[in-house]
Ligand binder design. Structure first.
Ligand code: ADP
Ligand code: MG
Length: 722
């Protein structure tokens, strides 16, 4: 008996040869194949009389093969099969190229449907290289047809798997699979007017009308989004059942803390801080994402939250005050955050520390700071003598057992899956509590994505910059104006300003199926390093021999990077040539020019991030986007960087142009696909969320929906949310 779980190779007609090919595209069971959906349809439903055919038309005809011949064209070096086909109204030539094997099927006397383009040749009207379908007595009914005489599905083709081949296999599967169990609750189908699974699976492959195919696809999109929402909501429920440290604080205490700062927080900083503090009061773990443009001041908000937990102003006491791990993606940034902390909170007397691969420092409120041995620092953390520890993302994964970790802050790392977030928290359970989690990102996540893929997170948004920031003047620079740009740079440097030059990114290589090749990622890094070195040579020797040019790339040792960054921030370097390692967070207020080579190779969101490196000080800043491309659409895309009012607007655009991969990274294979569905169907996102909420309210454990629960578990595995 055929079931959804039947391995594909056991299906008649598949065999080992096709089985292998399907395996390559991860299609291994009957279910996989039935869920391999067409990406478009060809409307071959109208059979046209031969006398009514027009040149250039894509048409389907039905007729009898009157004669067949085959010959080899020496000029074209291929076999040509030619047949004469006639119906009640006339006859026409049909020609196939390099399909020698057809001689055994296209035989004199049979009736065929032919679908193809009508062209004019020396031999008269011809249907060129048509799709054929032999019409037997049973196939006179349109529903029996697979390839012609109906709306025909067109599948994504890969080597050796043609649309025709796939149609050939799918049709009998659909006819023999019987009734598929419906995983979605009936009340939801009714309420959302969503098609049932059986109707949908037939119509997605062989629709009677194009609209039916759309309805069918909508059902599957809804199903996926609904599952995704269920995963997210259940994650939230789970987290709400866990315990976390609940902290108590007074408004006065907060006010006093804010008074230490040399500036007033912006309105949205205050609001975000407040939202975070409300979460920290609760006895359940926070899972919040703090979003805000580069330079909007997220760091200080996070530091303030950590200080509240550490016990601002209370006498130092190892037993009191909770620990925070503050993690950044790079050492440079971890150090910068630590410096920010030192700058603003000299009075802090609870001890803060910095620990990265190359550095271990401890800071006490009297500003006594010394280089520590890492092992000593770790001991202090384990004894709860240090409250706020800055480090890289490895901090809580690798080094340390915190004795009383209450908050984990992760900077610039929105590319976390639900699973990683959950794990991160679980691994640091102390005394039955798990830490609160605050992630921060300058890449604004478009709303459709935050409602789906990031639906397990609460959001705080900083949507204004601190007062007094000047707008950055952004220009697209054609190759012919390169020298002008260099001259301008020289002028600014002479005035005392500094410059970033970002080198282009080498796109990651992909295999035949368009999947990124993991192995070569280190190769790309080397390629990128090479480009930076070349650019550095050119700028330091030829263009600006009189200026101090530095270089930074991902293959440099942490020490070298730190040293270079130090030189840049202390103005010993005028121009810093870099790969995208500079992308996140770095704060050098005296840098006023951001020059990006081959800007079109980067996504808008990333360009936006680069630009955010400048415009942080009192001087007017500039961003030069160099591009060799003359393409109108490229220029339009780059121009949106000039026109967009906010990072959110750009993110939405980027999402529309490049798809969600940019936002989600490559690891979560199933998710970008889902996210794409979300992006295309914003209204489904809403309704699926509502539906998921209703179901979980009624039945949080999904006890009365066992089938739904099963499918949900499978779904989680499929999209790697497990
Ligand atoms: P983000 O991490 O959001 O990109 P940062 O936290 O690095 O931004 O802040 C950028 C700069 O602005 C820092 O030098 C910070 O001290 C400063 N800053 C933060 N908040 C304010 C504010 N409300 N007013 C003035 N300057 C601020
Ligand atoms: Mg930052």
């Amino acid at each position: 008996m055929l079931s959804l779980q039947t391995p594909l190779i056991e299906v008649k007609g598949v065999g080992l040869k096709f089985g292998e090919k399907f395996k390559k595209i991860h299609v291994q069971t009957v279910k996989d194949l039935l869920w391999y959906f067409p990406f478009r349809y060809e409307d071959f439903s109208n059979i046209v009389l031969i006398k009514d055919l027009k040149i250039g038309q894509h048409a389907v005809i039905r007729g009898e093969i009157v004669s067949v011949k085959i010959w080899k064209s020496w000029k074209k070096r291929m076999f040509i099969l030619e047949a004469l086909v006639s119906d009640s109204s006339g006859s026409i030539r049909a020609v196939w190229f390099n399909q020698r094997f057809l001689i055994t099927t296209i035989k004199k006397g049979i009736t065929v449907n032919l679908a193809g383009k009508i062209i004019e040749t020396k031999g008269g009207l011809t249907i060129s290289h048509p799709i054929h379908e032999i019409i037997t007595a049973s196939k006179r009914n349109a529903n029996e047809l697979r390839h012609t005489g109906r709306i025909v599905p067109v599948y994504p083709e890969t080597k050796g798997l043609t649309s025709k081949g796939i149609r050939f296999l799918i049709k009998p599967l659909l006819d023999n699979i019987g009734k598929i169990e419906e995983p979605l609750p009936k009340e939801i189908l009714n309420k959302e007017k969503i098609w049932g699974i059986n109707e949908a699976i037939h119509s997605v492959h062989f629709p009677e009308k194009i609209e039916d195919a759309q309805e069918a696809k909508k059902r599957f999109a809804f199903e996926d989004l609904f599952f995704l929402q269920l995963v997210n909501l259940r994650q939230r429920i789970k987290l709400a059942q866990e315990k976390a440290h609940s902290s108590d604080f007074s408004i006065d205490e907060i006010k006093e803390m804010l008074a230490e700062l040399p500036f007033e927080l912006t309105h949205s900083q205050k609001k975000s801080l407040w939202e975070i503090l409300q979460d920290l009061k609760k006895p359940h773990p926070m899972n919040r994402l703090l979003q805000g443009d580069v330079g909007s001041g997220k760091t200080i908000v996070a530091i303030l939250a950590a200080l509240v937990l550490a016990g601002w102003k209370k006498p130092f006491d190892a037993a009191q005050g909770k620990q925070t791990a503050f993690m950044a993606p790079t050492e440079v940034l971890a150090k910068q955050h630590y410096e920010t902390f030192r700058k603003f909170f000299k009075k802090f007397d609870k001890g803060a520390g910095l620990m990265t691969g190359s550095m271990a420092k401890i800071f006490y409120g009297d500003d006594l700071e010394s280089d520590f041995k890492k092992s000593d620092l770790i001991k202090k953390i384990e004894k709860n003598e240090l409250k706020i520890i800055f480090g890289t993302h490895a901090l809580i994964q690798k080094y340390v057992k915190f004795s009383d970790l209450a908050l984990v802050i992760i900077d610039e790392q929105h590319r976390f899956g639900v699973k990683q977030r959950a794990e991160l928290l679980k691994n640091h359970k102390t005394n039955k509590t798990i830490p609160h989690l605050l992630s921060m990102s300058a890449t604004p996540i478009p709303r459709t994505l935050s409602l789906t893929v990031f639906g397990d997170l609460d959001l705080s948004i900083i949507d204004e910059l601190p007062k007094g920031r000047k707008e950055i003047i952004t220009k697209i620079v054609a190759p012919s104006n390169r020298d002008k740009a260099y001259a301008f740079i020289r002028g600014e440097v002479k005035k005392g300003r500094q410059v970033f030059v970002i080198c282009p990114r080498i796109e990651q290589t992909t295999d035949d199926e368009g999947q990124p090749v993991k192995k070569s990622s280190w190769l790309n890094t080397w390629e990128n390093v090479k480009m930076v070195k070349e650019e550095y040579e050119k700028l330091s020797k030829k263009v600006f021999p009189d200026l101090r040019v530095g270089m930074m790339h991902g293959k440099m040792k942490a020490k070298e990077k730190n040293e270079t960054m130090r030189q840049f921030s202390t103005r010993t370097i005028d121009i810093l040539v870099s790969t995208s390692v500079i992308e996140v967070g770095v704060d050098v207020p005296n840098a006023t020019i951001m020059m990006i080579e081959d800007a079109d190779k980067f996504g808008l969101a990333q360009l936006y991030q680069f630009r955010g490196r400048v415009g942080r000080g009192e001087h007017q800043s500039f961003c030069f986007l160099l591009t060799e491309s003359g393409s109108k659409s490229t220029h339009q895309r780059l121009r949106s960087l000039i026109e967009a009012k906010s990072g959110f607007e750009l993110a939405e655009k980027d999402l529309a142009i490049r798809g969600p991969g940019e936002f989600l990274g490559e690891e979560q294979t199933g998710v970008p696909d889902l996210a794409m569905k979300a992006v295309r169907n914003p209204e489904l996102v809403k309704s699926s969320r509502q539906a998921a909420e209703e179901i979980l309210q009624k039945d949080p454990e999904l006890k009365i929906y066992p089938l739904l629960k099963n499918r949900l578990d499978a779904f989680q595995k499929e999209v790697h949310l497990e």
